[in-house]
Design a protein around this ligand. Structure first.
Ligand code: BGP
Length: 470
């Protein structure tokens, strides 16, 4: 069947600095909140980095990126998504001057991408704010963090304006309500935070997102800047109207963030929610004016879907930073995330129907405990047919959305190389087309091995989707 993917479709893969670079304190880098989260969201933060924190070394991408990007080029990547670790550039977050060694690293990284014709897609903030901001200001609870973030954005926009033409502001900006320390550098414990404080921190990030969107348009006129939303796809558990209404209300927790970035203002239902729940955010007329700087596209992460129900007596499961009821029609991954390729088409369609902006899928993938086996050529590989099936099925649904007329800019599958998981801080939850020999106990050679999905994805890109199994 003739592929429906546009000729300029941006095929690629995605990682985040804190989950792959390692070199946590090298060349002047300051600590980030990730350096004191050895168990991701599964355990408490530590006072200081501890040896069991896999992210301190990651997969040593900081020193091995040239080898990894050559492998991405071998797959034919058109785009590579990563983040700039804020604390590599401003070690304490509020520094007056940037750290030149940090800037030089990303110069070299982006040059390596462009050498192969791979476009960098850069996330400004991917769950790795400087730890010092948490310690000194309680992170995004303090309005001054907006100006620190603007300084960081201005510095990297100016430095990389000829190399990076695709930018994302905050990774999964809706997640600050779920993980205030990891996403907002807020040291105050969640249970001690008032709703007004938490939503004010959210507001400051939204203002910062719009402010840097404006800055990007001014400094790099030929660049595109998008928001990035954690795509929580929710179905009613039953056709009971109670379940449908509960799902409708739950959906707003996700779509309100896309609304603000696409329409440039708070949706009325969110303002009503604040009123009804006595939530007071620190919003000024200047903030309202800044929010009007809307994005060029909406990007999002999609892994799974969940169900919502008004009744409590049904089996629960998890998803990407989200909990819900088990959908009896779907299978789950080892981590309980329910596999639903059609949910990706559903989410693309809903986002486009609501906001009419181009879309970019910047995370999608299957976390699995891959097993390295002997390959025919005497080397090592992973027979990850399960990952090929997952990705193939999701891409077929993306194609259906494109065929419906939805403008999808690209697809960067998550964890294109094995990296440290965000929520669990494990290596064994692997997403990559490339296996990295590193284990949860920190052992391993860090050697890279191509999985079976490596050549599968190379063929999908070479044929622009023609080779997908429909
Ligand atoms: C998203 C993050 C990514 C990535 C992904 C997979 O929330 O944007 O950083 O980690 O989730 O989740 P995990 O790594 O927990 O399996």
């Amino acid at each position: 069947m003739q592929s429906k993917f546009p000729k300029n479709f941006l095929w690629g893969g995605a990682v985040a600095a804190n989950q792959c670079e390692g070199a946590f304190d090298e060349d002047g880098k300051g600590l980030s909140v990730q350096d004191v989260l050895p168990r991701g969201l599964r355990g408490a933060r530590t006072e200081a980095p501890t040896p069991d924190n896999l992210k301190l070394v990651g997969i040593d991408f900081y020193h091995r990126y040239k080898e990894d990007i050559r492998l991405f080029a071998e797959m034919g990547f058109k785009v590579f998504r990563t983040s700039i670790a804020w604390s590599r550039i401003f070690p304490n977050g509020d520094d007056e001057a940037p750290n030149e060694a940090g800037l030089a690293f990303y110069d070299s990284l982006f040059d390596e991408c462009l050498k192969y014709g791979i476009q960098p897609l850069v996330t400004l903030s991917h769950y790795e704010p400087p730890l010092a901001l948490a310690q000194k200001y309680d992170g995004w609870l303090d309005r001054r963090t907006i100006s620190f973030f603007e300084r960081f954005a201005r510095t990297v926009f100016t430095r990389y304006k000829d190399k990076v033409k695709y930018w994302l502001t905050f990774n999964e900006i809706n997640a600050i309500l779920k993980a205030p320390f990891m996403c907002g550098a807020i040291q105050t414990d969640r249970e001690r935070l008032t709703e007004s404080q938490l939503y004010t921190a959210m507001h400051y990030q939204l203002v910062a997102s719009a402010a840097v969107t404006k800055l990007c348009h001014e400094l790099i006129p030929d660049a595109m800047v998008g928001c990035m939303i954690l795509g929580v796809t929710v179905y009613p558990l039953t056709p009971s109207p109670d379940d449908v209404i509960k799902t409708m209300l739950r959906d707003r927790e996700t779509y309100q963030f896309a609304h603000i970035h696409a329409r440039g203002e708070y949706p009325s239902y969110l303002l009503r929610y604040f009123e009804k729940n006595d939530i007071h955010i620190d919003i000024t007329d200047e903030d309202r004016a800044i929010l009007k700087n809307t994005v060029d596209f909406i990007s999002f992460s999609y892994y799974s879907s969940i169900c919502e129900s008004a009744s409590e007596n049904a089996a629960m499961t998890g998803g990407n930073l989200s909990k819900g009821f088990i959908n009896p029609y779907l299978k789950s991954t080892e981590w309980g995330w329910q596999i639903d390729p059609q949910g990706l088409r559903y989410t693309l369609t809903k986002l486009y129907d609501l906001y009419g902006l181009p879309l970019f899928i910047v995370e999608n993938g299957l976390g699995a405990d891959d097993v390295l086996t002997d390959a025919e050529d005497g080397g090592k590989t992973v027979d990850d047919d399960y990952r090929i099936d997952y990705l193939n099925a999701h891409l077929v649904e993306v194609e259906k959305a494109i065929d419906d007329g939805i403008p999808v800019l690209g697809y960067t599958s998550w964890g294109c190389i094995d990296i440290v998981s965000a929520s669990t801080a494990e290596m064994r939850k692997r997403y990559g087309y490339i296996y990295v020999d590193r284990n949860d106990d920190g052992s391993g050679s860090l050697r890279r091995y191509k999985k079976k999905s490596f050549s599968w994805y190379r063929e999908v890109i070479r044929t622009n989707g023609e080779s997908l199994e429909r």
